[in-house]
Design a protein around this ligand. Structure first.
Ligand code: URA
Length: 190
């Protein structure tokens, strides 16, 4: 991780912009390569992430690792963060106000990572990053563009654990992602 990202994470440690900062065990700031042409944004830490201080280390994280492997990548080559950096109690969805309070941290992470492509993991992240009324069932796998960055949402790995019938569509989305990464980034060149 870059020194600037480490310094940002240290500043975030003391954040009390929303009540989640008081109830969490560990801050789950983000992990991976800085800068990176690909950034993944999830929803928020679950139980395992809260205990270990790292995103996507529970069962959904194992599946995310498999999904990255399918497209020839791993978590050391990309940057992974969440819309909120502290665990919402009982794994509820993060509230709008909590995501808004956490957004400046995410914006600063994006500025340091400088991704060409952002993949939103699930409806909540897509609603925050792409558009409020994002419909994951209809709009997963489609490309959007904001401030020169391409964005796509795919089903959240937890949704794929719950409902395996969504997996073939996700494999197709990942193939599309890989072809754009091959064409528009240098991720596969080293
Ligand atoms: N689900 C998420 O959205 N993020 C994590 O870090 C873990 C599970």
């Amino acid at each position: 991780m870059s020194e600037e990202m480490k310094a940002l994470a240290r500043r975030c440690e003391g954040c009390r912009n929303c009540p989640l900062g008081a109830s969490r065990t560990n801050l789950v700031f983000g992990v991976g390569k800085v800068p990176s042409e690909l950034m993944l944004i999830g929803e928020g830490p679950g139980e395992q992430e809260d205990l270990q201080g790292e995103p996507f280390v529970g069962p959904a994280g194992k599946l995310l690792d498999d999904m990255l492997e399918m497209i020839g990548l791993d978590r050391t080559r990309v940057y992974i963060a969440n819309t909120v950096k502290c665990r919402p109690p009982l794994n509820r969805d993060p509230a709008e106000e909590e995501m808004a309070a956490c957004r400046p941290w995410l914006e600063q992470q994006i500025a340091l990572v400088r991704p060409k492509i952002i993949v939103c993991l699930g409806r909540i992240a897509a609603g925050e990053m792409i558009k409020k009324d994002f419909r994951i069932t209809r709009e997963h796998g489609q490309w959007f563009e904001k401030d020169g960055v391409k964005l796509m949402a795919i089903y959240h790995p937890s949704a794929l654990l719950r409902d395996v019938s969504k997996r073939p569509e996700t494999f197709a989305d990942l193939r599309e992602l890989r072809s754009v990464l091959r064409r528009e980034t240098a991720l596969y060149e080293k």
